[in-house]
Design a protein around this ligand. Sequence first.
Ligand SMILES: [Zn+2]
Length: 372
Amino acid sequence: MINKFVTDSIPIKIPANAGPRTRMVGKTRPKCVVATLLLFVIPPQLDAGSSKNLPITTAHRVVALDHSTNAAPVGITYLGAGGVVIERAGHAIMGAPFFSNPVLLRVALPFPISPRPERIERGFRPVPNLRAILVGHAHYDHLMDLPYLYRKHGLTAEIFGSATTKNILAAVHDDIPPALVTDVGIRNGRPHTVGNMDIIAIPSDHAPHFFCLKLFGGKATGPKPKLPRTAWGWKEGQTYAFLLTIKDPAVPDSSIRIFYQDAASAVPAEFFQSPPYENLRVDIAILCVPGFNYISGYPEDIIHALQPRHVILIHWEDFFRRLPSKAKNLRSVPLTNVNRFIYRMLTKLPADAGWTLPAPSATIHFDLLPLP
Ligand SMILES: [Zn+2]
């Protein structure tokens, strides 16, 4: 029986500023100065790592999860960057789809960036019965492609994100009606129910991009008349992680819990120390890789808090270039040692848990059934 410690959808009060304060590694001031200088002199493409020795799931994987009874399976498809599609019992939810992948120098300097239709069409597949899209924060690599997707593919899914996300998307109200966009901050920890899914937004934080440097910070404080032109205009806003409870309506007690974050962060401790979540065990944790080496205790502490049955690593590939057609040619995001992340994750991963490092477009199929 999974989730035996937690009853469904119990609201919890979360102060608006309850997000964790990310503790950065090492002494920051001298590193900040050096990091600022290095950011503009290191050719970034030289620092993207080969994926040759990484255990990547390239297409499809089946995982058995113990459950009290036979219940509808769960499919999770990795889209690349922070993007995922989660499907169960005829309903689907998507996290932060992003395919345009402008080069790092264009992002950092800053030159204008915009959606790249050819790359989006290559990576995006229409998802039947897509009910909701989660946007953990408003950086360009989580939000910039959404207006194109709504306009071109006629999406009607509700968008859940920060006030900054809502204010930026106000610029494209013809493509994305404001009524479709929910500022999750106003719910203060109470779940949003969409189809067979309960969505709880947890105030979280965002790792630095480069040693102590956290780029694109700030908030959009009012509805924007135009979309940002450069990466620096896509301001982070409040970052959120999400706790999802997804049911199979045909089977009682069939809930599974998924934790999804699209930015590496310290543990949202206040949430996980409050009833009824203090003994939470999630079934699947979708964790963000880049920036982990700049946060003290990540990913060990979040693994310890969640006790996941399965971990899916995301945002790990180099999203500053067009994705290669063959997974073996993928490269890891610059300055990120994915093997090191895996090593640290394994020090805290429960003995009965598994994990997957998916290539973009790979699907993990979770079968829920009583295991012998
Ligand atoms: Zn970000």
